[in-house]
Design a binder for this molecule. Sequence first.
Ligand SMILES: Nc1ncnc2c1ncn2[C@@H]1O[C@H](COP(=O)(O)OP(=O)(O)OP(=O)(O)O)[C@@H](O)[C@H]1O
Ligand SMILES: [Mg+2]
Length: 159
Amino acid sequence: MALLEMKGIRKSFSGVQVLKGVDLTVEKGEIHALLGENGAGKSTLMNVLTGTIPCDGGSITFDGQSLKNITVKKSEQLGIAFVHQELNLFNDLRVFENIFINREITGAFGKLNKKEMIRESEELFTRLIYVYPAASIILMIIGLVGLIKNKVQAEKQKS
Ligand SMILES: Nc1ncnc2c1ncn2[C@@H]1O[C@H](COP(=O)(O)OP(=O)(O)OP(=O)(O)O)[C@@H](O)[C@H]1O
Ligand SMILES: [Mg+2]
């Protein structure tokens, strides 16, 4: 059985049909590249898969489970990770808060464990970061936070 099966996925924005019955099958261990011109609907298809946006029709099966009303949280719990094309940061939050957004470490009664999140962020920074000195500062910041967020997610899924 395929690991992922998307069948007949449909999605319109303001009456404009972007996905017109898209099928995508991925077997375990396979790597696929989704190719298409700008505006073809690649991001939209991935947004549907991860529950970022709801679709208008079609079905998704992942690891034998039918995914109905998929949410970002549910897809993350299933191990579906999505590196978004446009990475947005919360400028008013601190570095560790951006890294742990939506996967915060909590203690008793759901209290945020800031100390631990800062410690883990620090540890990740020392392990992962190499900064090319001639890189643009904005790209560096976006790249660093994206890299670390994905690493945190991957490590969370392993544990
Ligand atoms: N949230 C949205 N609201 C309205 N229209 C949208 C939204 N998201 C995507 N679209 C439109 O849907 C179409 C497909 O966009 P999408 O971003 O999925 O394309 P893409 O294949 O990822 O393109 P690119 O190669 O530029 O990343 C485009 O016409 C886009 O303007
Ligand atoms: Mg895109």
